[in-house]
Design a protein around this ligand. Structure first.
Ligand SMILES: Nc1ncnc2c1ncn2[C@@H]1O[C@H](COP(=O)(O)OP(=O)(O)OP(=O)(O)O)[C@@H](O)[C@H]1O
Length: 571
């Protein structure tokens, strides 16, 4: 068994590596998606040629190979012995690997860590799989892929951390796909856990892309029946738990898994989620997935030392991988920290940014759904022609998927959102992230700004703070400075928030003055709800018509559904 008794009682915290990155010294900060490989500089240590004078050389014809001048010649080098050549090649290879690791900022911990690979073609992937990678422009591995893939090939537990947008998803799905193709096992082999349904869907889409023409069954499980014929199931802890509660026979299958992958794992380790308490749920799931062959893989852009200690303590032969500095923000994102004074100052500042012009789409983060509604109404009033959307817990999952797809397609120019999509969401087209409300922790900051600057592209972020944020600003200011960007110097001299203050901030948001009215958003919300109800009726009617084999235009046959709370108009 690979795990000891699990102890989820400890409280996790996150810390930032204090050392300042010297970005000027070496521009290779390891955060680019493209790998860096040194040019080959090694040559065999050929013995230095002897200089002889011509008379001497003429006496020994065998030695004469090249005449440099009228008075000197060079004798042929004595070939090094095979052992010397082997030793030298091994040494050169070691040095090359060390350089690759250094340039890509690959740090590892554990026994028998394999060398990073540099070409997908060296991985013995099937031609179909290689074709799928190239179809989606995956040419070279990113640093996390270079290291995590060979480690996962060793079939051992792994804890991996790498910057936002650096390709962690492919780093864990590639070894899983390869194993399934090679072994051709039909059993349920892998469970991938994501903190939210939206992220589970996103990972599912990656499987759709990379598994074309491959004999693999994968499923995205968030509703209805557990897909028991799938080899890979992508889901959330909540859904998996309720599936097992409904069908205890699943436990037997879970004990026979090859992999359980915990993506955004520091989030799932998080014990501060109140009612959702992910850590407790993960503990239950791990007890089911404790088969001797089951390996665990944890991936995230941020990790606390506690998670690291937990893994060292509870996992056998775990390999740890860290790309770049631990808990650092992505330095491909140009980061600004701006004092806006007050809430109205922030509104003025954001108007200014949108008016001056920006490269859409942009994400604007606020601290809760009410604030999202207020800002939505405000910006719709100020910029009636700008395609603005909002994602918060108030809209359905399907609506969320739709809006996020519109952002990807650049049909939505400004997306107002809450922490709900602060993590993991891959919107490669996003160029600008605005923290309208200050994130409540550096971890949230790192993930939020990581929605831009993805896949090696550059991005930009602006973080506003007000009088009310002053006592919490220093940690965020430090992270920005560590990424190599200027911050107002006094923010670094302010007192650090105490542990109590940090905790308070997690459970109680900063009270902020409201602005604008939420009328516009209320209207849109009502419309969206109506739309959802109509779509639901369309689905049901469509099913009924299909069952009756009636065909025809389903929508045309519908009547307007009765809406809850809708009063009859009095004449
Ligand atoms: N080797 C590669 N070459 C080019 N693009 C890649 C490569 N690997 C992944 N990508 C692309 O990079 C983007 C970001 O990848 P991914 O979503 O896996 O990032 P991540 O590290 O999981 O980020 P986050 O921490 O925010 O979840 C995706 O659009 C993905 O298709």
């Amino acid at each position: 068994m690979s795990t000891k008794e699990l102890d989820f009682s400890k409280i996790l915290f996150t810390g930032v590596k204090r050392k300042k990155l010297n970005l000027n010294q070496d521009s290779s900060d390891g955060r680019e998606l493209r790998i860096r490989v040194l040019p080959e500089t090694h040559e065999l240590p050929v013995k230095k040629p002897k200089k002889q004078n011509i008379e001497e050389a003429n006496n020994n014809e065998e030695n004469v190979v090249q005449i440099f001048s009228s008075s000197t010649i060079t004798t042929q080098a004595e070939p090094p012995s095979e052992k010397v050549q082997r030793d030298f090649q091994a040494e050169a290879e070691k040095e090359k690997v060390a350089n690759i690791r250094k340039l890509n900022q690959i740090f590892t911990w554990g026994d028998e860590i394999p060398d990073p690979f540099i070409n997908f073609s060296d991985l013995k992937l099937s031609p179909e799989f290689l074709q799928n990678l190239s179809e989606f422009q995956i040419k070279d591995p990113s640093p996390i892929q270079m290291m995590a893939i060979p480690v996962m090939f060793q079939k051992r537990d792994v804890l991996a951390s790498a910057p936002t947008g650096s390709g962690k998803t492919l780093a864990f799905i590639l070894p899983i796909i390869k194993e399934l193709v090679d072994k051709q096992e039909k059993k349920l082999s892998t469970i991938i856990l994501e903190p939210t349904r939206v992220l589970a869907r996103q990972v599912y889409v990656q499987f759709v892309k990379y598994c074309q023409n491959l004999p693999i069954k994968y499923a995205f499980y968030t509703e209805n029946k557990f897909p028991s014929d799938a080899q890979v199931v992508i889901t959330t802890p909540n859904r998996l738990i309720s599936a097992v509660e409904n069908d205890k026979t699943l436990i037997k299958k879970l004990k026979n898994l090859n992999w359980i992958v915990v993506d955004e794992s520091d989030k799932l380790f998080d014990g501060h989620e109140g009612s959702t308490n992910f850590r407790e749920k993960l503990g239950r799931i791990f007890k089911w997935c404790d088969g001797a062959i089951t390996r665990k893989a944890f991936f995230s852009a941020t990790f606390s030392h506690e998670v690291e200690h937990w893994c060292k303590e509870h996992l056998v032969n775990v390999a740890m991988i860290c790309i770049g500095a631990r808990n650092a923000s992505n330095s491909l994102v140009t980061q600004q920290l701006i004092y806006a004074g007050s809430e109205s100052g922030k509104i003025a500042a954001i108007r200014d940014v949108l008016k001056k012009g920006f490269d859409p789409p942009a994400l604007i983060f606020v601290q809760n759904k009410d604030r999202a509604g207020q800002l939505y109404s405000q910006l719709r009033t100020d910029f009636p022609k700008l395609p603005i959307e909002l994602v918060s817990s108030e809209i359905t999952d399907k609506e969320k998927d739709k809006i996020l797809d519109q952002v990807r397609a650049k049909k939505v120019f400004v997306l107002i959102c809450t922490e709900l999509i602060g993590r993991g969401i891959d919107l490669p087209s996003v160029n600008l992230v605005i923290n309208f409300d200050l994130p409540t922790s550096i971890v949230n900051y790192i993930h939020r700004v990581g929605r831009t600057g993805r896949a090696g592209k550059e991005g930009r972020s602006i973080t506003y703070f007000t009088e009310a944020d002053l006592k919490y600003i220093r940690p965020i200011s430090t992270v920005i400075q560590q990424a190599g960007f200027d911050v107002p110097p006094y923010t670094l001299a302010l007192e650090r928030p105490t542990k109590k203050q940090k905790k308070e901030l997690q459970s109680n948001e900063i009270e902020r003055k409201t602005f604008g009215s939420v009328k516009k958003w209320e209207k849109v919300k009502k419309f969206k709800r109506m739309n959802d109800e109509i779509m639901e009726v369309v689905k049901v009617k469509g099913q009924m018509l299909a069952d009756d084999d009636a065909g025809g235009d389903v929508v045309g046959k519908l009547r307007r559904p009765k809406l809850k709370g809708k009063k009859k108009r009095r004449r």
